[in-house]
Design a protein around this ligand. Structure first.
Ligand code: A2P
Length: 281
């Protein structure tokens, strides 16, 4: 599988298997094992997904050497701050029964809608990320859902610039400003909900383009991410779809179709804005 190289030289497989909404226990163990069996070597987790135990079971059941997998996990918002971050990281390792993570991400920036001092909160949390990275507990560190102003505030005082920003990214939700900022600062962008949580699959404008290549809309969306230099993290619990989403290397989207897809208007998404959400603390 093609790899991308992060700013610190670490290789990351170009497609990750998303695990959001997969129930803990047997369901997540099975999905992860199946994903590994069809070839995925990159798993994207989150403490808030509540399925680290099952994912860990799936990893062990796969029989694959730990070193051959790239495992990302995320710090949840209620664990912000230096000490709590270190504790939450250890808890995730314990649930997964792993000794290290390949990458650890801050799941959301502290929301300016909730905290006047959101910059300080992010920096304090980031200091713990830097500690974990320097100690070798994790090979890469990054953030999710950061807009350029969140990144700028962090980078100004950080010892390590985030290696990744994982954002919502699918046709019509391209976050050009954030992607351009990340490219300028050599921050790898990853796409959560590359299929718009399944919503993109019903859009006629995408079905028409996909039909020209004889591929499904899911494969089109995943390949479109890759051709834009972005790592897609599709999620599925269905073996056939897990397989389909991984097999995107036998067609290339032509430049004019890339332009059409890159310039689609908003056609639906999560509606979550990191500057406005107050739901998550
Ligand atoms: P399921 O898990 O039942 O297979 P996203 O990755 O954007 O969050 O989208 C995930 C959603 O899209 C899930 O509901 C998943 O359903 C569905 N999905 C994933 N891959 C495919 C596919 N190849 N074809 C149809 N639906 C898919």
């Amino acid at each position: 599988m093609k790899q991308f190289i992060l700013r610190n030289g670490i290789s990351i497989p170009s497609i990750g298997f998303g695990t959001w909404k997969i129930p803990d226990g047997e369901a997540s163990a099975k999905a992860v094992q199946e994903a590994i069996s069809v070839g995925y070597r990159h798993l994207d987790l989150g403490a808030i997904y509540g399925n680290e135990t099952g994912v860990g079971l799936g990893i062990r059941a796969s029989g694959l050497d730990r070193e051959q997998l790239f495992v990302t996990d995320k710090l949840w918002n209620s664990d912000r701050g230096y000490n709590r971050t270190i504790e939450a990281f250890q808890k995730s390792l314990d649930l997964l029964k792993l000794d290290f993570l390949d990458m650890y991400l801050m799941h959301w920036p502290a929301s300016p809608a909730l905290y006047e001092n959101w910059q300080d909160i992010n920096l304090d949390t980031w200091r713990a990320f830097e500690y974990l990275y320097k100690q070798g507990y994790v090979k890469a560190i990054g953030v999710c859902n950061f807009f350029p102003h969140h990144l700028e505030a962090l980078i100004n005082d950080a010892a390590e610039t985030p290696m990744v920003d994982q954002i919502e990214y699918h046709p019509g939700q391209t976050q050009h400003e954030t992607v351009d900022f990340c490219k300028l600062h050599n921050i790898q962008v990853e796409a959560w909900s590359p299929l718009g949580s399944g919503k993109m699959l019903k859009k006629d404008c995408l079905k028409n383009v996909a039909a020209q290549y004889g591929v499904s809309v899911a494969r089109l969306c995943i390949k479109w991410c890759l051709q834009n230099g972005i790592i897609p993290l599709p999620k599925s619990v269905t073996l056939e779809r897990i397989c389909e989403n991984y097999n995107v290397f036998d067609f290339v989207i032509a430049e004019d179709d890339m332009n059409v897809l890159n310039n689609l208007p908003y056609i639906g998404g999560s509606g979550l804005n990191p500057d406005e959400i107050t739901l998550f603390g």
